[in-house]
Ligand binder design. Structure first.
Ligand code: ADP
Ligand code: MG
Ligand code: MG
Length: 254
């Protein structure tokens, strides 16, 4: 379970305040979506949770299963079960995808006090997961993300997510958005990984992703706060009417 309380964040070495008291609880096994106009602080929230540099937390807390994330190094957050997708779609020429994945998985296992997987054990697990996610194992032999299409990068990221076995997955669609095929892939991957124990926070500017990933709860974020929370129907309201009405009701200029 992720419990964010009164989270205030500003840019480091600048006066700009971005998050102005975020309160959000994602219960175990649930899928929560955050929607909101551009610039409302959605990506900042995901970066701060994952421990990216450049932000200063001035107040509040973020507990993952009772542990304070904000005091942990990024690697420790990952070991605690947090996974942020779509953050670094890096290309690593010369490093095979399989090697990259195995290194990441074993670093994580070590941090969790588990034994490392042998090459054979790893191969077995990765093949199983690839099969579940309908990913061609051929992709595993190529260098990380080099020459991958947008869809292949997304597929690869979903596979990384599956291999690291996070309990709390944050997906930030980012402003560039996904094309319809990539969106489908992401949605299918998330749905395949939903198991009643793993939680998801799906951040999206548009409603369409939520046609495929059915959220339990939808939040609207604006001006650094969650201003409204509802069920899946809230996403449909936003799709039809835009944000104007909700923003106006909260005295926020568009
Ligand atoms: P969203 O993801 O909802 O579009 P962001 O979290 O990307 O919003 O940005 C929130 C606000 O903070 C925006 O006004 C953005 O310009 C500003 N911001 C975020 N990160 C930085 C940064 N590193 N430098 C300057 N401004 C930033
Ligand atoms: Mg933005
Ligand atoms: Mg964003």
């Amino acid at each position: 379970m992720l419990e964010i309380k009164n989270l205030h964040v500003k840019l480091e070495e600048q006066d700009k305040v971005i998050l102005k008291g975020v309160n959000l609880t994602v219960e175990t096994g649930k899928v929560h979506a955050i929607m909101g106009p551009n610039g409302s602080g959605k990506s900042t929230l995901s970066y701060v949770l994952s421990g990216r540099d450049g932000y200063e937390v001035t107040d509040g807390s973020a507990l993952l299963d009772g542990e304070e994330l904000l005091e942990m190094e990024p690697e420790a957050r990952a070991a605690a079960g947090l996974f942020l997708a779509f953050q670094y779609p890096v290309e690593i020429p010369g490093v095979g995808n399989m090697t990259f994945l195995r290194t990441a998985v074993n670093a994580q296992r070590k941090a969790r006090g588990q034994e490392e997987l042998s090459a054979g054990e790893f191969l077995k697990v990765v093949r199983e997961k690839a099969k579940t996610l309908k990913i061609d194992a051929e992709m595993l032999k190529r260098p990380v993300n080099v020459g991958f299409s947008g869809g292949e990068k997304k597929r690869n990221e979903i596979l990384q997510m599956a291999m690291l076995e996070p309990t709390m997955c944050i997906l930030d669609e980012t402003d560039s958005g996904l094309d319809v095929d990539a969106m489908r892939l992401v949605a299918d991957g998330v749905n395949a990984l939903r198991d009643g124990k793993r939680s998801f926070l799906v951040i999206t500017h548009y409603q369409r992703l939520l046609d495929h990933i059915k959220p339990d709860v939808v939040h609207i974020m604006a001006d650094g706060r969650i201003i409204q929370t509802g069920g899946p129907e809230l996403a449909l309201v936003v799709e039809q009417n835009g944000y104007a009405e909700i923003l106006k009701a909260h005295g926020i200029a568009e």
